[in-house]
Write a protein that binds this ligand. Structure first.
Ligand code: PLP
Ligand code: TYF
Length: 393
């Protein structure tokens, strides 16, 4: 049986990690996988996470199963962080296996409700969105998103394309810090998206994986909150991997907002059912870390302060890189790096130019020219800027 398997194509982002490790050159720079690194190149355990783990160790009396939906404390605290308040009469939620698990369950939920569902995704999007849908056999269509000329959003194209989604379809949107481009909608543009969805009856699925990495914890949730209060039905897949730095704990949440208590209860039941079919109970350790932090004023303040440091470090690197490139290129054509938000920017370089960066300068980024800003520090920014110009980008 096992020899009947066919080889699966590997994840290109994860392959880069191995390629980088194998490179023996001094001064190599890893701008590949989306993991935050401090200026020393370390992905730290956040202070509040350590403190919460200690508190859990001291006070936890059992590791018996949690509920199928995970702990209510966690779901309430995280839903409040995302939504600002808890619309209890509309809100169903389950703890998930990371943000990825929430996306997968959201798509399964949509298909349970509507076996003919089509999913509209941005072009480009996080590659796992596409591979999960292909694996599930879910039909999807790409909507225009990245404007290769401005490195901003092709908003007219996007509007025309998402208007093709109909009642019962899903429009997958990145709530903030678009991966892989770094280009985002303004709040006014989000209002226009809401109006389109209102008219068509398509349901938004918001992927919120970087809350706190762009303009701040609340600012990054503004678009999600606008959609949540404007539309009758909304799905939200949120991840705690980045903003709590607990990547390997697999901590996320799937939120479904319904337009009636009946819809809410049906969604809650189906989401718990989907957890049971896939893995029974969701992981608890990361969820407990998050609820411990969010429900304790001192821990929460310390966590939020450290997250702000992380965010500001990335913004500082963006400014520095844009300034270096302005100087070296004698033009403002790289200013988009300053306007992008989150961990990533898509440079808009060709695959050959990306290859040249790797071969000539030992700088690794994803083949579509997505770079992880957090892989830089003040000393490596000038090296990258020089290499970008030398590669003819
Ligand atoms: N969505 C996007 C756009 C991402 O970049 C990520 C990556 O980490 C995720 C979802 C899922 O994150 P995780 O499953 O690690 O919580
Ligand atoms: O896009 C990224 O780099 C992050 C991390 O299969 C990631 O979202 C990359 C690949 C993957 C899972 C997570």
């Amino acid at each position: 049986m096992l020899t009947d398997l066919k080889a699966q194509s590997p994840d290109k982002i994860l392959m880069l990690i191995e390629e980088f490790k194998a490179d023996t050159r001094q001064g190599k720079i890893d701008l590949g996988v989306g993991v935050y690194k401090d200026p020393q190149g370390v992905t730290p355990v956040m202070r509040a996470v350590k403190a919460a783990e200690q508190r859990i160790w001291e006070t936890q009396t059992t590791k018996a199963y949690t509920g199928l939906a995970g702990e209510a404390d966690y779901r309430n605290a995280l839903a409040r962080m995302v939504l600002g308040d808890l619309p209890a009469d509309r809100l169903a939620s389950v703890a998930s296996v990371g943000g990825t698990g929430a996306i997968r369950q959201a798509l399964e939920l949509a298909r349970l409700a509507n076996p003919g569902v089509r999913v509209f995704v941005s072009n480009p999007t996080w590659p796992n969105h596409l591979s999960i849908m292909a694996f599930m056999g879910l039909p999807y269509t790409e909507y225009r998103y990245f404007d290769a000329e401005t490195r901003g959003v092709d908003f007219e194209g996007m509007k025309a394309d998402i208007a093709q989604a109909g009642r019962g379809d899903i429009v997958l949107l990145h709530g903030c810090c678009h991966n892989p481009t770094g280009a985002n909608l303004t709040l006014d543009q989000w209002s226009e998206v809401v109006a389109i969805l209102e008219k068509s009856g398509a349901v938004p699925l918001i992927d919120l994986a970087y809350q706190g990495f762009g303009d701040g914890l609340d600012a990054d949730a503004e678009a999600t909150r606008l959609v949540a209060r404007s539309l009758p039905e909304v799905l939200i897949a949120a991840s705690c991997s980045k903003n709590f730095g607990i990547y390997r704990e697999r901590t996320g949440i799937l939120i479904a907002l319904a337009d009636s208590t009946k819809g809410r209860d049906l969604a809650q039941g189906s989401m718990a059912f989907l957890n049971r079919q896939n893995f029974s109970f969701p992981p608890d350790h990361g969820a407990r870390i998050v609820s411990t932090i969010l429900t304790d004023d001192a821990l929460r303040a310390d966590w939020a302060a450290e997250l702000e440091e992380v965010r500001n470090t990335m913004l500082g690197l963006r400014d520095q890189l844009a300034a270096e490139l302005r100087e070296l290129s004698g033009s403002d054509r790289f200013d988009f790096i300053r306007h992008h938000r989150g961990m990533f920017s898509r440079l808009g370089a060709t695959p050959e130019q990306v290859q040249r960066l790797k071969t000539d300068a030992a700088i690794y980024m994803v083949g579509d020219s997505r770079l992880n800003i957090a892989g830089l520090n003040r000393d490596t920014v000038p090296v990258l800027a020089r290499a970008i110009i030398d590669a003819g980008i």
